[in-house]
Design a protein around this ligand. Structure first.
Ligand SMILES: *Cc1c(COP(=O)(O)O)cnc(C)c1O
Length: 399
């Protein structure tokens, strides 16, 4: 219906409050607006007719636009149709989903895997399922928003929740010692999404062993990228499967498609399948997505050259940006944050880069702590050394 035909009703008090809050966000430089892409995700994209080098996607291996994945998706749709028709536990679990789960379990070296439509959903399902009344959750303060929301759900069920300072193992050990909860869950990002640094997974696992806790790892940014052949952060840290471990990985970042998985012991996964509300009460992803993900898994497993290229880009960027007035956080991963501090200053820097045809998003609170607004430079094997040189030169000019 055209706006002119909408009935002219007076604003409610709620609407007035929302309008005021949005105005405040505007004034603080915190109002979000989406950019509409006119081309597929890749090293270069078009926005408002302008070509931009893309340092904004989590497409770390450059697979999102890979024609093999599009072909597998199309073939999958040809075989399976568009939709799954129901939740997995009703009638939506197809052979394509089943095959993907088996392939993922083999790839990450876990007994069993459950697939989800998104990582947000997977995280929302896991923590509250394993931490109800009498349990305790221990979470890193910089965990992803989905893990924080999951923790709040556990709290609403009567679990104790504790947040420890980022990667502070002494603080975590003290909290674990003090807690008399009947079961304990330590929950952490493996690669922190806005800082790019790694959690000390070996120390976390040792603490889990010492305190009879489980360790839940969100490997959204490690899966496909880290480890000898992209198996992820656990393999990178040489931590083999253990029944105390629950591994969540997302499939819309390095894997280039969409979705997520949770890997664990047979018992843990069967329990999640039976009791995880975020698993039970939602429609299974279109089966063609699972077909595209099978193709993606093959490219990831054979992608040592892609990972080597990405590592070279990381080294090139870090060397090129040394000595600039902004702090480059100590990250060895594809996520390279340049801390600006002030919200408006971060937006202005991102704007100036955009005028030069470079897309590096400004990330502001509440996504990151107040006063730490930053450019989140996201590197991909799809970039070239020249692309990185353009970014380095522009930042030097703007410094
Ligand atoms: C992106 C992300 C998620 C959410 O995954 P989606 O598949 O995008 O819903 C969860 N955890 C972390 C750390 C992430 O970066």
């Amino acid at each position: 219906m055209p706006a002119s035909l909408l009935p002219n009703v007076p604003a409610s008090s709620l609407e007035n409050r929302l309008r005021t809050e949005l105005t405040v966000l505007d004034e603080l430089g915190l109002r979000r607006r989406r950019r509409v892409l006119e081309t597929p995700c890749g090293r270069e994209v078009t926005v408002d007719g302008q070509k931009l080098l893309n340092f904004a996607s989590n497409d770390y291996l450059g697979l999102a636009g890979d024609p093999h994945l599009a072909a597998a998706l199309a073939a999958g749709a040809g075989q399976w149709g568009a939709g799954s028709g129901a939740a997995h536990l009703v009638s939506g679990h197809m052979q394509a989903h089943e095959d993907l789960e088996q392939a993922l379990a083999t790839f990450v070296g876990f007994p069993r895997v459950l697939s989800f439509a998104t990582g947000y959903l997977a995280n929302i399902a896991v923590t509250p399922t394993f931490a109800g009344r009498g349990a305790a959750v221990f979470a890193d303060k910089l965990n992803h928003a989905s893990l924080i929301d999951a923790m709040q759900l556990a709290k609403a069920q009567g679990a104790e929740v504790h947040r420890y300072a980022h990667n502070d193992m002494a603080a975590l050990a003290r909290l674990l010692e003090k807690s008399s909860a009947s079961s304990k869950l330590i929950v952490t990002d493996a690669v922190f999404s806005m800082d790019g640094d790694l959690a000390p997974l070996n120390e976390l696992f040792a603490l889990a062993e010492a305190h009879d806790a489980w360790l839940v790892i969100d490997d959204a940014h490690g899966f496909g990228v880290l480890g000898p052949h992209g198996e992820g952060s656990l393999a990178h840290c040489q931590l083999p499967y253990h029944p105390r471990l629950l591994l969540m990985g997302t499939l819309g970042k390095a894997a280039g498609v969409g979705g997520a998985f949770v890997a664990g012991s047979d018992i843990a996964i069967d329990y999640l399948l039976n009791c995880g509300r975020g698993y039970i009460f939602t429609t299974a992803a279109p089966p063609a997505i699972a077909c595209a993900l099978q193709a993606s898994l093959s490219l990831i497993a054979a992608g040592d050259n892609l990972r080597a290229r990405l590592q070279a880009h990381i080294a090139q960027l870090r060397a090129g940006l040394a000595g600039l007035p902004w702090t480059l956080l100590p990250s060895e991963t594809a996520i390279q944050p340049l801390i600006v501090g002030d919200n408006q200053a971060a937006l202005q820097l991102a704007d100036a880069l955009r005028q030069r045809g470079l897309w590096t998003p400004a990330i502001r609170p509440p996504t990151v702590p107040k006063g730490s607004a930053r450019l989140r430079i996201s590197l991909s094997a799809g970039h070239t050394a020249d692309d990185l040189e353009r970014l380095i030169t522009a930042l030097k000019e703007l410094a």
